[in-house]
Design a binder for this molecule. Structure first.
Ligand code: DGL
Length: 221
């Protein structure tokens, strides 16, 4: 049986793990998080590498066929180090979907909702320079969101203020650049209204895993 490991600092990756289990019911999906250290979102790069490395140990020991780093903060800051430390492991990362957002936007303005450490990372700047050099990219302050969502207090997030701020720029695409925010996707969608598309990567990760592990073609007859 194919075994896929999923890691996040906290409950964000659980939404991704559940979606993968739904897409691939015949695959074993193992989820681990780092509930002692969550959130990672304001940590320095070296700390994120060290914490992620430690937290994924159970997945490494479980001989997973692939490990999904279901955390934009850990992917943008640590995945290159993880790949260098464990060259035999297939790591699949989750990072802000700048490329599809740039393709979708008609207005030329997109918003990225992500943690401070993701927005600061070299990888994020690379993505922006490569795919959105001529776009307006709005990055509202979401620094408290992951910890509120982690505590089950996502309702305290003032989405109206954030959405009003990004709409001043005619933003027509929002990128969910933190898996914790998947838990409030419906509210973001309702608050933003029908003219704004919300992008999150679960389906793309499913497709990537399928092409990597040929999951669908291994379905029992
Ligand atoms: N869920 C994580 C992400 O996708 C980050 C949450 C955190 O640890 O701050 O970025």
């Amino acid at each position: 049986m194919i075994r896929i490991g999923v890691f996040d600092s906290g409950i964000g990756g659980k939404a991704v793990a559940d979606k993968l289990q739904q897409l691939f019911p015949h695959v074993e999906v193992l989820f681990v998080n780092d509930s002692h250290n969550v959130p990672y979102g304001s940590d320095r790069r070296a700390e994120i590498v060290q914490k992620t490395e430690k937290a994924i140990q159970p997945l490494l020991q479980a001989n997973c066929d692939a490990i999904v780093i279901a955390c934009n903060t850990a992917t943008t800051n640590a995945i290159a180090d993880l790949r260098a430390h464990h060259p035999h492991i297939h790591f699949v990362g989750i990072e802000p979907m700048i490329k599809p957002a740039a393709r979708l936007s008609q207005s030329g303005a997109i918003a990225v909702f992500a943690t401070p450490s993701t927005l600061k990372s070299h990888r994020y700047h690379q993505l922006k320079n490569q795919w959105a050099p001529r776009l307006t990219v709005i990055e509202p302050d979401c620094s408290q969101w992951a910890s509120l969502i982690e505590k089950g207090e996502g309702k305290r997030i003032d989405l109206h203020a954030t959405i009003n701020e990004i709409k001043r720029w005619q933003t027509d695409v929002i990128v969910l650049g933190c898996t914790h925010y998947h838990h409030i996707k419906d509210r973001i969608e309702r608050t933003a209204g029908p003219g704004v598309k919300i992008l999150e990567p679960s389906d793309a990760i499913g497709a990537r895993l399928d092409s990597l592990l040929s999951i669908t073609s291994q379905l029992p007859e």
